[in-house]
Design a protein around this ligand. Structure first.
Ligand SMILES: [Ca+2]
Ligand SMILES: [Ca+2]
Length: 203
């Protein structure tokens, strides 16, 4: 009888230890940018700051990634079979109020809604065209249906130019001495962005 109890206890603790090891291996933090290559990985990390240390779990047919670090917040959700669309939720300051929600398709086109001041109301939205390193991201800063800023990416991550819409015309944004300008007829004109919309200073 004593021998049987000993074997039972040995078996029980062996299963317990194996279970703990299995749990730690399966749910250990991983770098989800590992196979993306350095440039795309670094872009992804800007978009998903906790991507170098993430935990994955399976929920039915869905796969969910969340930060391994409790000081970060957010989620990346994808369908296990179709993979796309994917949903990203970002809460940069981990206060429980998301600052943006993005839905992305298989061509890396995506739409995002932002809550810039985190008052619980989405106040602007963005749309990115197809492609990773060749694409344009448009932002409607005041949700009036007209895009106010666009980010043009041509081939490299560090090649982004910013253009602003003023009175229906797009101008490249020039930053100098802490101020912002556009060039019109060869002349620099001082512009400002307020509440997501651009206009000429003094007007
Ligand atoms: Ca937040
Ligand atoms: Ca607008």
């Amino acid at each position: 009888m004593r021998t049987r109890i000993c074997w039972f206890l040995i078996g029980f603790f062996a299963c317990l230890i194996l279970g703990v090891i299995f749990f730690h291996i399966r749910y250990r933090p991983v770098d989800i940018t590992e196979n993306m290559g350095p440039e795309i990985g670094s872009m992804f990390e800007e978009f998903v700051p906790w991507s170098r240390s993430a935990k994955g779990l399976q929920a039915g047919r869905f796969h969910v990634w969340t930060p391994a670090d409790s000081e970060s917040a957010g989620a990346w959700i994808m369908h296990g079979e179709r993979v796309y669309p994917q949903v990203f939720i970002r809460d940069s300051d981990a206060d429980g109020i998301p600052d943006c929600v993005t839905v992305m398709d298989s061509k890396w086109k995506f739409v995002t809604v932002f809550d810039s001041d985190e008052d619980g109301i989405f106040d602007s939205h963005g749309y990115k065209t197809e492609g990773i390193l060749d694409s344009v991201t448009f932002v409607d800063g005041n949700m009036d249906g007209t895009y106010d800023t666009r980010f043009v990416l041509v081939g490299r991550k560090d090649s982004t130019t910013v253009e602003v819409n003023i009175d229906g015309s797009w101008h490249e944004l020039i930053r100098s001495d802490g101020k912002t300008y556009v060039r019109i007829d060869g002349q620099l004109k001082n512009v400002r962005g307020k509440n997501g919309v651009w206009d000429f200073c003094g007007e």
